[in-house]
Design a protein. Structure first.
Length: 355
């Protein structure tokens, strides 16, 4: 975790951490690109971040698996995203901070008082309502703590599908009565950065955008930043030409799979999943699930655990039957066009009637 320097600007904090100018500019260019801005915006982003006062972020972990925090911190070397995130944040993080017990709670209270109305609240994990005692921090239930800290927050960032939509804890039959942050907080701006876990650069990107332009990003109908969730995985998937030609892998080790054909018939949920994995990728730009040979499981969408099964093709109940797809696939290009059209009709959450 970064050394705390409350008065430092983002630029000063980054320099103190040994981030090179080149690394910083690379990050700013990436930010400009993911925010769909011209490359010429990179120096403006750099200048703004350089002068921006380090904002206070309080991170509360509720019913979570720590995967969201791991996604930010687990790499063999610190990434620029990690460094930026440390530089502009984290006055309190239950999992990462050295302090524990009363000391930790005191740190949170102090950060809240010093930055009342200005701090960002980051939350990972869902909130159990069936019994407040299912998840507590310092003897305070998640739901009470959320209300308490949200009160003084400028905005709330729900990190991961659990905090954004309930996620895994909310999967049927939802034994803890798990809900999302936006189910409980109605009077603060909430940015949902979904994903199980979410892409680190989406988190840092949102913070960079707030710092650079002084405003919250444009959100989609699920409260997710459009810059990162504006298109489906399918829209940007490099296997799309195979889909359009009706060339599908039927098993994970058949000839089609070896040739890198489309994974639609193996259950890929890319056509109905909004995220930017195909462009930002994972593990410092190495790859993303589809590039590793596995279909997208829809991890950034509400209730994806309760969809029709991770390996069942979407067509079985949504696009007129698997058999129909098979027939059309034989016709080559036609299936791609029809299925693509069906995918574009999707806009409603999976699980709802699409007819
Ligand atoms: Fe874990 Fe996924 Fe929930 Fe994050 S969103 S806490 S990775 S289950
Ligand atoms: Fe890529 Fe999946 Fe779409 Fe096929 S169905 S093109 S693998 S996103
Ligand atoms: Fe999740 Fe699909 Fe990306 S499973 S990590 S949204 S490719």
């Amino acid at each position: 975790m970064a050394t705390l320097n409350l008065g430092a600007t983002v630029g000063e904090q980054l320099r103190a951490q040994g981030v090179s100018r080149r690394g910083f500019m690379k990050f700013c260019s990436t930010m400009a690109s993911v925010m769909a801005l011209a490359p010429a915006f990179a120096p403006r982003i750099a200048a703004a971040l350089d002068k921006a006062k380090r904002p206070s972020v309080i991170w509360l972990p509720f019913q979570e698996c720590t995967g969201c925090t791991e996604s930010l911190t687990r790499s063999h070397a610190p990434t620029i995203e990690n460094l930026i995130f440390d530089a502009i944040s984290l006055d309190y993080h239950e999992t990462l901070q050295a302090a524990a017990g009363h000391q930790a709670e005191e740190a949170r209270t102090k950060a809240m008082q010093a930055n009342w109305g200005e701090y960002f609240l980051a939350v990972d994990g869902s909130i159990p309502l069936a019994n407040k005692g299912y998840s507590t921090i310092g003897g305070v239930s998640n739901v009470d703590l959320l209300h308490q800290v949200a009160k003084g927050a400028k905005a709330i960032i729900a990190i991961g599908t659990c905090a954004s939509f309930g996620g895994l804890p909310k999967a049927n039959p939802n034994p803890t009565g798990a809900v999302s942050v936006s189910d409980l907080i109605k009077d603060k701006p909430i940015i949902n950065i979904s994903g199980c876990p979410p892409i680190p650069i989406a988190i840092t990107g949102v913070l960079a955008q707030v710092l650079t332009f002084g405003q919250l990003p444009e959100l989609d109908h699920y409260g997710r930043p459009k810059a990162f969730f504006g298109q489906t995985i399918h829209d940007r998937c490099y296997r799309r030409p195979f889909y359009e030609r009706g060339q599908f892998a039927e098993t994970f080790d058949d000839e089609g799979a070896k040739q890198g054909w489309c994974l639609f018939k193996l259950g890929c949920k890319g056509p109905v999943t909004y995220n930017s994995c195909p462009t930002t990728k994972w593990n410092m730009g190495v790859s993303f699930p589809i590039e590793s040979g596995h279909g997208c499981i829809g991890c950034s969408e509400p209730d994806f655990w309760d969809w029709q099964g991770l390996y069942r093709p979407l067509s079985t109940t949504r696009w007129g039957g698997y058999q129909a797809l098979g027939v059309a696939a034989a016709a080559g290009v036609a299936v791609g066009a029809v299925a693509a059209l069906a995918a574009r009709r999707k806009q409603r959450p999976v699980g709802e009637d699409q007819t």
